[in-house]
Ligand binder design. Sequence first.
Ligand code: FAD
Length: 498
Amino acid sequence: MGNTRWDDEYDVVVAGSGAGAMAGALAAAAAGLRTVVLEKTRVLGGTSAYSGSAIWLPGTAVQQRAGIGDSTEGARAYLRALLGDDEEERREAFLSTAPELVEFLESDPALEFTFQAFPDYFAAPGRLDMGRSFVPLELPVEDLGELADLVRPPVDRDRAGRGHSDKPMAQGRALIGRLLLALTATGNGSVRTETPLTGLVMEDGRVAGVEAGALRLRAARGVLLAAGGFESSAGLRAAHGVPGAADWTMAPDGANTGDAIEAAVRIGASTGLLDQAWFCPGLLTPDGRPAFTLGFRGGLIVDGSGRRFANESLPYDQMGRRIAAAEGPFHLIFDARSGGLPAISVPPLAMDEQVASGQWVRAATVDELAGRIGLPAGVLAETVERFNGFAGKGSDDDFHRGEDPYDRYFSGGRPCVVAVDEPPYFAARVVLSDLGTKGGLRTDPDARVLDGSGRPIPGLYAAGNTSASFTGPVYPGPGVPIGSAMAFAYRAVQHIRR
Ligand code: FAD
């Protein structure tokens, strides 16, 4: 036995409080294990709370209720088409766990999900054009009582330092709020905010607990690291070559700086995929932070030379990767008719505010617009003219925008290549943003963290963006980050219980 002086003793210590962490904590506490969630910041939920809370867990009762023709086999075919032979074991673990996880979650009165149409991201066998992901039901703030203040508010309110409104919690807040309700109701789960994990304590060759500053917390059965990625660390991003910028990530300010990954590496854990993130285009808002944007129904995006370089309506991670490979600065060009506002932007964008703040530039002609954003005279006009020709004939010969059902999903089936020819013209700065890094600790199908020789480190588990994703550089469909975080956190707990 070791001789550490423990300040508190638990069976399971969970670091982080995103969807994976909270699902893992709930599974542990519901199984009678004394469980604590350690959260670095003042509020719970991290990026998961900001999210749309689409959950990609295929083949479950939710899809069966919706009658959408989803199945584990269909999802398997789809993932195989995208990932080939890579990560077959973890992929199978994910697929086989999804139905059981959802059955477990929905057996709790606090948790209920409903299908939400949102196409899978790739044209590949097994794809469902309306997707297979689902979301939690909204949650009246009153249902949470005093716990409501523990849930991270929506992005715009959070960035401005304002708390929740009295509207029902939706999307990611509903997911975190519901998981919190369920966790608290077990009687075995507690949360400690403003308590960052700073290190791992080894005893007799296994992880026996954690350090949280001066605190030593024992974890008799296991430690689950689900404390996000390192998207907010400029230093780690640079060290591992992650495109984009710490200032442009969508994660809450300063939250996810790779602490848990680094703590595990210090005790011998191995890492993978460290240059990868869940990428997206971001439109800068008046405070200089990006809005996560998707569903471009109008306008065109040009690079630093004033030319298009991709199908603007691509799923956001794929568009982000095109941005990473091109030369900026990037601008969305639109006009009075096409409207620049993408179908979804988080936080929401208001045209007047964007223009008044100078983030969006307005001009009477395309040439004037080009001059105002520093593009070579004539090139932007040529690009727009060529694009308008494609809009006129209904086909984008350069980048095939509008040919995939995903492209048209957000324009309600209407063409998404719309002429840009009605003044005034606008330019909006586009940056490479992300929803978090997706490289991190290497794990096995039970979410056990592996050392440099590929052996599990006893007592240590990881899920979500703290772990290297089984999807490699691919973002298969809406809800994969959260779905996979929850599935592997749940598997970690099933292993801990054995
Ligand atoms: P997080 O949810 O960020 O949680 C990490 C938590 O750990 C944070 O609370 C952080 O403060 C805490 N933490 C960090 N360091 C420590 C430490 N040392 N000790 C203790 N705690 C620590 N994904 C989907 O699957 N579906 C969607 O619909 C979706 N929509 C999105 C919409 C938006 C606007 C955004 C921004 C993202 C969206 N994503 C979506 C992506 C998804 O939200 C994230 O990739 C995912 O939630 C990350 O989960 P995580 O648990 O790894 O990290």
